[in-house]
Design a protein around this ligand. Sequence first.
Ligand SMILES: NC(=O)c1ccc[n+]([C@@H]2O[C@H](COP(=O)([O-])OP(=O)(O)OC[C@H]3O[C@@H](n4cnc5c(N)ncnc54)[C@H](O)[C@@H]3O)[C@@H](O)[C@H]2O)c1
Ligand SMILES: [Zn+2]
Ligand SMILES: [Zn+2]
Length: 396
Amino acid sequence: MRALTWQGKRDVRLETVPDPKIEEPTDAIIRVTSSGLCGSDLHLYEVLTPFMTPGDILGHEPMGIVEEVGAAVPDLQAGDRVVVPFQIACGNCWMCLTGLPTQCETTQVSAEGMGAALFGYTRLYGAVPGAQAEYLRVPQAQYGPTKVPEGPSDDRFLYLSDVLPTAWQAVAYAGVPKGGSVAVLGLGPIGDMACRVARAQGAGRVFGVDLVPERLRRAEQRGVETFDLRSFDDEKELVTAIRDRTDGRGPDAVIDAVGTEAHGSAAARMVQNASALLPRKLSGPMAERFSVDRLAALHTAIELVRRGGTISVTGVYGGMADPMPMLTLFDKQIQMHMGQANVRRWSDEIIPYLTDEDPLGVDDFATHHVPLTEAPHAYDMFQKKQDGAVKVVFRP
Ligand SMILES: NC(=O)c1ccc[n+]([C@@H]2O[C@H](COP(=O)([O-])OP(=O)(O)OC[C@H]3O[C@@H](n4cnc5c(N)ncnc54)[C@H](O)[C@@H]3O)[C@@H](O)[C@H]2O)c1
Ligand SMILES: [Zn+2]
Ligand SMILES: [Zn+2]
C-alpha cells in the first residue's frame, strides 16, 4: 500500500510499504477513506525529530471502512463505516474504566515511561504505524472504533478521531461556569473547535488569540471576540486588553491550544532547533530533560487567567525541566488540568451534535481535501500557514 512516511526534519514522503495484517485477535484492518493532518503532526515534522525513526508512518486521525476483523472483535464486521480514536486503549482496564483511556494500562508504553500508545506518534508512544495511509491496522478494535451511519460525508464524523474530543476535553477541563468567560490561545483546528464547543456549552464570552488573519477571521465569524497577537507590543498589553473586557479580573478560564511551538519564545526556539540537529542518542534525552518547550502561550495563560481561575492545557509540551512561575501560580490560586484527550470518554456526548443542523460546523471545517500524493506539500503549507490552510484532510 501507499503510506506517508517520516524521513527526517521537514522531510515526509509517500512510499510503498507492506499492507498491514491482522496480528492479534483484537485487531481490525480498515481501508482509510479520510485522514486528518494535525498540529501534533507538525511537532513530529520539526521539533520532535529526536523521537522519530526514518520510515515511521504518520497520521492519527482516521476514518474508513472495515476490511477484516480478528476473532475477538465481536461488534465490528467487514463493510462497517468507522472512525478511530488517535489513542489505542483496551476499554477494560482500571484506567479505561475510570474514563482515562490515554492512560490505558494495557497499552501503556512502559519501556518509555509513557501513557497509552498512539497511532503514528514517535517511539515514546509505541512507534505504532499511523493512519496517513491506504490501510491501517487498528489494535484493540473491540473498543476504539465507533461505528457511524452511512449518508453524510466523512467530514461529519472524522473529527471524532481527535479534534472534537480534544476540544471537548479542553472545555470540560477549563470548567467554565455557565455564562462565564474563557480565552482560547491559538486558533488552529483545536482552538477554533474549542471556541465552538465553549459557546455550544453556554460560555458567556469567548475570547480567541492568534496571529494568522484567516484563523482570526474564522473564529470571529462564529462570534468569538478575537485578538491579533501582532497588534500588541508585548504580552502585558494583550493581557490588559482582555482584562478590560472582564471587569479587570481576567477570564474565568484560559485554554492553551498552542503548545510547544509558541510564537514569541526566541531562546527556546534556538534550543529546539539545536536539539533537532543533534545525533539521535543525544537529542532525545536533551529534549526530555531540559527546558526545550516554547512556553510563551502558557506564560500568557498564567498571567491572563483571573485569580482562582483554571488553565486547561491542550497544546502538547515535551520538556522535563521547564521553568514555571510558581509564585504567580500559587499566589493567584490557579488550577491546571491537562493531557491528551480521552477520546472515548467524550464521544457519546459529542455525537448528538453531529446532525444536519451542524451546530459545530464540522461539515465545512476542513479548508483542504487532498490526495496522499500531495501530502508533502500539504505539510509544508500547513506548517507555514499558507493558502488559508487550517484543517487539511487526506483522501487516500
Ligand atoms: N491534547 C490533545 O489530545 C491534543 C490533540 C490534538 C492536538 N493537540 C495539540 O494542540 C495544539 C494545537 O493543535 P492544532 O492542530 O490546532 O495546531 P496549529 O499548529 O494549527 O495551531 C496552533 C495555533 O497557535 C497559534 N499561536 C502560535 N503562538 C501563539 C501564541 N503565542 N499565542 C496565541 N496563538 C499562538 C498559531 O498561529 C496557530 O494558529 C498543538 O500543540 C497540538 O499538538 C493536543
Ligand atoms: Zn491530531
Ligand atoms: Zn485500558
